[in-house]
Design a protein around this ligand. Structure first.
Ligand code: LIP
Length: 271
């Protein structure tokens, strides 16, 4: 089996097991373990437990790979760089606030990337985004398309005459809200309506599935977009951001079909 497909297979299997654990813990009741970058930025006991499970399974199956997880940060089994050149970029529960409130829009997001594990430089090889509350598992391997179960995904080629159905998100830090709202005001003339789903990995999966025409957000971390961005690219869409390489990342992440992409990116960046 080609490497990317093998990694996809591992991502799917582990995302399912991890998602079922998250769902079980949700049923038992969620407890907030700590706050992170801001009081609104929470981590639950389940986030930590699910990340440990994912990490344990990856170490069993791919002992030479690196690991970059939301709750444990960057670590690899070797001191400097993973022996295999592959790093797993993992959000154990993306949409933690939805999870804590009982809103069924959260997901386990697992991606395998090669090269420097920075969004600007990495090459995403495989990814899985699993929402255990809906049972939907989105997955992709580089060069083999994006899939929802066994249905092949394609982005919307063109938004309708009524405008684009867009989604966005807001950072946890209140100091960033005014800038994010100004961006929404700039983008709204392109939109028929705007969604705030609360889990970046699902926003991206929905662009891949043609459920959204486009998505934009500032402030994302690598684990929020690693798997979802590959889904969009493999579904025929485009993903980008700011900076000289226009790579998706903290400064900006934009995803859309090829017709809308450039306009949405420039409008979101205020160019
Ligand atoms: C969150 C998201 C959300 C975004 C937040 C945050 P977490 O991830 O995916 O949609 O707006 O900035 O990154 O913290 O739930 O894993």
């Amino acid at each position: 089996m080609p490497l990317a497909e093998d990694l996809q297979h591992i991502a799917i299997e582990i995302a399912r097991e991890a998602g079922e654990l998250a769902r079980r813990r949700r049923r038992e009741g969620v407890s907030i373990a700590a706050t992170k970058s801001a009081v609104a930025d929470i981590v639950t006991e389940a986030d930590r437990e699910v990340e440990v499970l994912i990490r344990t399974r990856l170490t069993e199956q791919r002992p030479g790979d690196g690991f970059l997880g939301e709750e444990s940060g960057a670590e690899s089994t070797l001191a400097d760089a993973p022996a295999t050149g592959i790093t797993w970029v993992v959000d154990p529960i993306d949409g933690t606030v939805n999870y804590a409130y009982g809103i069924p829009s959260y997901a386990v997001s697992i991606a395998a990337v090669s090269g420097d594990p920075e969004p600007e430089w990495w090459l995403a090889l495989a990814g899985a985004v699993y929402n255990p509350a809906s049972g939907e598992l989105f997955h992709a391997a580089r060069g083999s398309g994006a899939w929802l179960g066994d249905e092949r995904l394609a982005v919307n080629a063109e938004p309708s005459a009524a405008g684009a159905l867009l989604a966005t998100g807001f950072g946890y830090d209140p100091a960033t809200h005014a800038g994010d709202l100004a961006r929404v005001a700039r983008v709204m003339p392109l939109a028929r309506d705007l969604r705030r789903i609360g889990a970046a990995s699902l926003d991206l999966a929905f662009v891949a599935a043609g459920r959204l025409d486009g998505y934009f957000e500032r402030g994302l971390n690598p684990w929020d977009h690693a798997a979802g961005a590959l889904l969009v690219a493999e579904a025929g869409g485009m993903v980008g951001g700011a900076g000289p390489r226009r790579a998706a990342g903290k400064a900006m992440t934009v995803a859309a079909g090829p017709t809308l992409f450039e306009t949405l990116l420039r409008t979101a960046l205020g160019e």
